[in-house]
Write a protein that binds this ligand. Structure first.
Ligand code: FES
Ligand SMILES: [Fe+2]
Length: 365
């Protein structure tokens, strides 16, 4: 798991104006709440007084109030009021980590890391969302008992379709059928199933699609997965999985599904039903993978040339690790129950004097 990327925290609907929401991501707890303008905020869940869980507290004005002794924290993480201290100004150390947020595609996202704004990988921009001629289904949530990297790798894997999804009717695919590519924060494959592909469509132009190809998947950062399927020349699905790593055994997937044909609203349910059925086929395999986490060492699984996209994804993860962004999950586990950690927020680059330890990270290279 990696800091310094955008993660989906909850759906916009789940975050009411009336109560904070506790969520778990990257093996840690966070609190999300809306201020009086409706703007979402995401903070570390641990109250720095004596360990109360802010996510089980209340909203007071623009603040979240700890259920234990009533300390109040604003959206920027600063403690604004300590009831037992009367009108005294809270000490400078009375602050929790607060993370940049964005509400898009019906999802509340948080940037979980400490990079300044101009260095952050961007939240994946879905060009088709809201564009003319495109329709997005209601957001689908998939809760999967697997490690998120296994799920992303599954989406990037062009050769599993024939076996895991036989009803889809994709012809057999092998290493000559697809090619791989990379861009700034990830990469993927484009596959040619032999169907004609409209190279003149806007989406094909936008993506530099050439040749006869009808499907492709790619990742953006560690946890966003995109699949584009040309059913025929004029019919395109674009599916985006924003994956929330809950812990090593659980992943919550926020599935945004768009299409530029069969646009009738009454077709939404049918499209969702088909996609849920396909997802269940994947989940059946993913929940049985062993080991649960992707091995650190490529020699501990036997990769072939048709696993090129998976190898490339793991190389990307290695790049993120070299930047010093990989959470040291073993070190965290060793101190479980004894040390409260927080993902470092951008404010830690501006000032010191924090109560919680930052989450242990693998050393940068
Ligand atoms: S633990 Fe939160 S106010 Fe005391
Ligand atoms: Fe699949």
């Amino acid at each position: 798991m990696y800091i310094n990327f955008w993660y989906p925290v909850c759906t916009a609907e789940e975050l009411s104006a009336d109560a904070p929401l506790q969520v778990q991501l990257l093996g840690l707890r966070f609190v999300a709440f809306r201020d009086s303008d409706g703007k979402p905020h995401v903070l570390s869940d641990t109250c720095i007084h004596r360990g109360g869980s802010l996510g089980t507290g209340k909203i007071k004005g623009d603040c979240v109030e700890c259920p234990y002794h009533g300390w109040q924290f604003a959206g920027d993480g600063r403690c604004t009021h300590i009831p037992s201290e009367g009108d005294a100004k809270p000490p400078a150390r009375a602050k929790v980590d607060a993370y940049p947020t964005e509400e898009r595609y019906g999802i509340v996202f948080a940037f979980l890391g400490d990079l300044p704004e101009d260095e952050r990988p961007e939240l994946y921009n879905i060009k088709e969302f809201g564009a003319e001629g495109w329709r997005a289904n209601k957001l689908v949530i998939l809760n999967v008992n697997c490690y998120y990297e296994r799920s992303v790798e599954n989406g990037l894997d062009p050769v599993h379709n024939q076996f895991v999804h036989p009803a889809q009717g994709f012809p057999p695919i092998h290493k000559e059928t697809f090619r791989t590519w990379n861009d700034d924060w990830g990469g993927g494959f484009k596959a040619d199933f032999g169907d004609p592909v409209l190279e003149n469509t806007q989406i094909a132009k936008d993506r530099n699609v050439t040749g006869e190809l009808s499907a492709g998947s790619w990742h953006h950062g560690p946890n966003t997965l995109v699949t584009s399927i040309f059913v025929n020349a004029a019919s395109n699905f674009v599916q985006v999985f924003f994956e929330a790593p809950v812990d090593k055994n659980h992943t919550r997937i926020y599935f945004v599904n768009m299409r530029n044909f069969i646009l009738e609203p009454e077709m939404d349910d049918k499209v969702i039903e088909i996609n849920k059925r396909i997802a269940q086929e994947d989940i059946g395999v993913l929940e049985k993978l062993y080991p649960v986490r992707t091995p650190d060492n490529l020699t501990k699984e036997l990769m072939t040339s048709s696993d090129g996209v998976i190898v490339s994804y793991r190389e990307w993860l290695r790049k993120f690790e070299k930047k010093g962004w990989r959470i040291d999950q073993r070190a965290m586990q060793q101190n479980e129950g004894d040390v409260a950690y927080a993902i470092p927020s951008p404010a830690r680059r501006e000032a010191g004097n924090w109560v919680l330890d930052p989450v242990p990270l693998m050393p940068a290279e």
